[in-house]
Design a protein around this ligand. Structure first.
Ligand code: NAP
Length: 559
């Protein structure tokens, strides 16, 4: 530590930048690219050995995006979107990671990306009006702005089960998968968890393992992806109409066009209760056959009207009962105690079919809970299961976990961990009062995980770049939300959440999967299009709700 209290780099100096970006995923890379156009110096710090963020870490078998690849991709470069070719309707993890690497090379980003560097702290120096960022390598960076592009699902969560460390076999977490892959051939494997990751991994692992035992606490609704190779007939119209389609997607609730050739883009703008039973069934059958998350757009009130939701939930249960041959197993796989879509809807390839295999066993933890992990395997109230390997598909400390793991301190030493003890508080999901010049990409309080993430990343970065350009042009040095604007945005986010059925499920959206985490609906469900308008209006009104302070002057509220 120096006399100023700022920790030093190995050579004794804090490396100085205009902007430090934490995270080399799609958010961090696009931010870096745009910052260069403003002429600002920036450096990305990331703990991984490569770029790609969530697609770098989540290498489990079957990992795949559930947003179609023509849409889960950057729109900022016409050349990139024309020249890149996706091989499948839904891209797999290796292809998305290859795309991330292509972006890093194509836009010459690597020279400003420092890997194998975990940010441990970010402290605001009020006198210097700069952030001091510390890393696990003992380095220190000084920056006027700090951008947390840390992802929403980047802190893997192991379950708090007694004896977890006593297990003698191999263990894996889906969100932290070995780079060299894992060969389960001939092994007896236990999988704990049945969320999106498990639902993708289980069918692939079942083909390899001698026996797969799945421990399910809560069953999930899953829709077949109907994934397949990209065809010229599909890709062509997208590429020739990309600008219009991207522009339209930005106005949609989830930022996704479910059917680009349809006049209403795949949204059936009618209540499920407004049609006959036969018509409703026909619509669900058609969505089931098309596949993917468009199932939730089959009617316009599936997420707000319990009666409507019940019809969709029952339809999926009927499909599970049709597919799974053993009626007892089928019943265990049928979700019954929360509305469809209120835990993130899953998209699969042959998930339910996998339970018809002779080498797959389902254990219902509601009936026989896990008591402990033992040196041999898993012990439930019904007995012990011995395994060669255990796969934890137990999810993430979502949206806030990664930010809370960094010691972030703002004005007057205010610690983010303390401020967010009762749940995240943000203005627009972009900034936090008391943390001047610190931005979050797709933070809690923005549509984020309820949307096409790449589209939402672009919206946040573009908005921030405009804000920074405005500040530079106006001689402004700091930006920070007022406490009042943060409170009223929080109320708006909360009210929007409570107008839906989402709050009825014990989901990671609600923080329910982490013991002791406050139950708050974290993302903003107002819709991507509405949210964009709200952000744009704030900017048009001179950054209403923010305090913008000129250089060498006390902070003043924006008019
Ligand atoms: P997740 O949805 O949180 O699922 C975790 C699973 O582990 C749940 O089934 C949970 O059961 C179970 N679990 C947790 N603790 C347990 C315990 N102590 N004992 C028994 N079971 C336990 O996590 P995820 O599957 O990794 O998915 C997280 C999110 O990542 C998804 O919702 C999605 O947003 C994203 N994702 C997307 C894709 C895609 O694009 N296709 C793929 C993978 C992930 P409970 O439900 O009872 O808590």
């Amino acid at each position: 530590m120096s006399g100023t209290g700022i920790p030093q780099t190995r050579d004794g100096r804090a490396a100085s930048y205009d902007v430090i970006i934490v995270g080399a995923g799609f958010g961090g890379m696009y931010m870096l690219h745009r910052l260069r156009s403003l002429g600002l110096s920036a450096r990305i710090l990331d703990a991984a050995t490569g770029v790609g963020g969530t697609w770098y870490w989540n290498r489990y078998p079957g990992a795949r995006c559930d947003v179609e690849s023509m849409q889960y991709s950057f729109s900022f470069s016409k050349e990139l979107q024309q020249e890149w070719s996706w091989s499948e309707r839904f891209a797999g993890q290796p292809e998305i990671l290859a795309y991330a690497n292509h972006v890093a090379d194509r836009f010459d980003l690597r020279r400003d990306i420092q890997l194998e560097t975990r940010v441990t702290a970010a402290h605001y120096d009020e006198k210097a009006r700069r952030w001091t960022i510390s890393t696990d390598r003992g380095e220190t960076f000084s920056a006027q702005f700090c951008v947390m592009a840390t992802g929403c699902l980047s802190t893997a969560k192991l379950p708090e089960i007694e004896g977890r460390d006593s297990y003698r076999g191999a263990t894996y977490h889906t969100g932290y998968w070995p780079h060299e892959g894992v060969d389960f051939t001939g092994l007896s494997v236990g999988v704990i968890g049945t969320g999106s990751s498990a639902i993708q991994a289980i069918p692939v692992m079942a083909e390899q393992a001698a026996h797969l035992t799945i421990f399910q606490r809560t069953p999930n609704y899953s829709i077949p992806s109907r994934n397949g190779p990209m065809t010229p007939d599909y890709e062509g119209p997208w590429k020739s109409d990309y600008d219009r389609r991207r522009a339209k997607a930005r106005t949609m609730r989830t930022g996704i066009l479910y059917d680009a050739s349809d006049a209403n883009f795949g949204i059936n703008d009618i209540s499920a209760m407004a049609v006959s039973d036969e018509e409703r069934r026909r619509v669900y059958e058609q969505r089931w056959a098309t596949g993917g998350t468009s199932f939730m757009a089959a009617f316009n009130d599936l997420i707000t009207n319990q009666e409507s939701n019940d019809t969709a939930s029952e339809f999926v249960r009927s499909k599970i009962r049709e597919i799974v041959r053993d009626p007892v197993t089928a019943e265990i796989l049928c979700p019954k105690d929360y509305p469809i879509g209120t835990k993130r809807i899953c998209v699969d390839t042959d998930y339910f079919e996998t339970y018809n295999r002779p080498n797959v066993t389902l254990v219902d933890l509601k009936a026989t809970p896990i008591e402990a992990i033992t040196p041999k395997g898993v012990r439930t109230s019904a007995g012990e299961y011995a395994f060669d390997a255990i796969v934890y598909a137990t999810g993430f400390d979502a949206m806030t976990g990664t930010l809370m793991n960094i010691d972030i301190r703002g004005r007057d030493g205010m610690a983010l961990r303390e401020k967010w003890a009762a749940g995240p508080q943000t203005y627009l999901g972009l900034m936090v009062a008391g943390l001047p010049n610190l931005f979050m990409i797709t933070g809690p309080g923005s549509p984020s995980v309820l949307s096409n993430m790449i589209l939402s990343i672009e919206q946040h970065v573009d908005w921030l770049i405009d804000a920074l350009a405005h500040m530079r042009a106006s001689g402004l040095e700091t930006i920070e939300p007022t406490p009042d604007s943060e409170v009223s945005w929080g109320e708006h986010v909360n009210e929007a959440g409570h107008r839906t059925l989402y709050v009825k499920a014990a989901s990671w959206y609600m923080g329910a999967n982490v013991e002791g985490k406050p139950r708050v609906f974290m993302p903003y469900i107002g819709g991507v299009g509405t949210y964009r308008q709200e952000c744009d209006e704030v900017a048009a009104k001179g950054y209403e709700g923010f305090v913008l302070a000129p250089r060498d002057a006390p902070a003043v509220a924006a008019e």
